[in-house]
Design a protein around this ligand. Structure first.
Ligand code: URA
Length: 291
């Protein structure tokens, strides 16, 4: 990293402010990496001028916002052909929809997702967080997106909210041998930011196929984003929760679904744990009724 001197400190502050305003609020690696100093592995045909070649001959290591912006958003013509897509768009969502249907089983789906380069979140995440638990379970729980702990371990709900989820499952006689757990988004959004609608649309076909392949008797949607994405709902989770809805798969299979409060929300709002407890009792009763 550039040494901080009294001369360039204000520019570093500017740079950090620029990152913060762009939503970059978390370090992804333990050690800083100066990406501007890295040589591209395959030189583009018409690269942006190196920072040192700018109009100021004897420049300091400071970088203007415009230059940073150029670097972060190079014109498509200068992209190496192998550069993966990093801008989520409808084309990637269409590709995901087409690919997801080709997975004949969960292993194929996992492999397909591991090699799919159409979602930008993949490139900042450490791991694909595919699922945990028993794919033959009668109940499948779907959260929103992995957090830091899940990203590190490559498993859903292993952090604080996961520990609460385990206790909620235990309260109705379930555990990770008798439940299957996944997320709408399988890659951690940087800094745990909310996934964009495009990112969700790109990931949606994969989780829908995953649900179809698991074919649980009951689906539990943990939190608003999971409920809204998979139940075609627009209401807030406090309205949705506690009422049975259905998830309809592409093949037309109708699965009863219980939207409930996300464990992370319950950690922040423990007074609402009693609501989630009621929802989980509903799930228990439904599982019993369905045999
Ligand atoms: N929150 C989620 O929605 N999913 C996880 O896997 C962890 C936290």
């Amino acid at each position: 990293m550039t040494a901080v001197s009294p001369n360039n400190r204000p520019d570093l502050r500017d740079l950090l402010a620029f990152y913060a305003s762009a939503g970059v609020d978390e370090a992804l690696e333990d050690e800083p990496v100066n990406r501007f100093a890295e040589a591209p592995s395959k030189p583009p045909e018409r690269a942006a001028p190196p920072i040192a070649e700018s109009a100021t001959p004897q420049r300091s290591t400071s970088v203007s916002r415009a230059e940073i912006s150029d670097r972060l958003n190079p014109a498509p013509a200068v992209r190496a052909p192998t550069t993966p897509a990093t801008v989520p768009d409808e084309a990637q969502a269409a590709l995901a929809r087409q690919l997801a249907t080709t997975a004949a089983n969960l292993d194929e789906l996992r492999q397909l997702m591991a090699t799919f380069d159409g979602c930008n979140l993949k490139f900042t995440a450490k791991n694909l967080v595919f699922a945990d638990g028993n794919p033959n379970a009668a109940v499948m729980l779907v959260g929103e997106a992995p957090g830091r702990d899940e990203d590190i371990e490559g498993l859903p709900f292993v952090g604080r909210s996961g520990r609460l989820l385990d206790r909620m499952l235990a309260a109705i006689g379930l555990d990770r041998n008798s439940a299957y757990i996944a997320n709408v988004i399988p890659w951690r959004p940087p800094g745990n930011r909310t996934p964009t609608p495009h990112e969700t649309e790109i990931c949606r076909p994969f989780i829908e196929r995953q649900i179809e392949l698991v074919n649980p008797k009951v689906l539990v949607n943990l939190g608003g984003p999971s409920a809204k994405t998979l139940l075609n709902a627009t209401e807030g989770i406090l309205r949705l929760r506690g009422n049975w809805r259905v998830h309809t798969t592409a093949a037309g299979i109708v699965i009863p679904a219980m939207p409930t409060l996300h464990p992370a929300y319950l950690l922040r709002t423990p007074a609402h744990k009693k609501l989630a407890w009621r929802d989980f009792l509903e799930v228990k009763a439904k599982l019993r009724a369905l045999g």
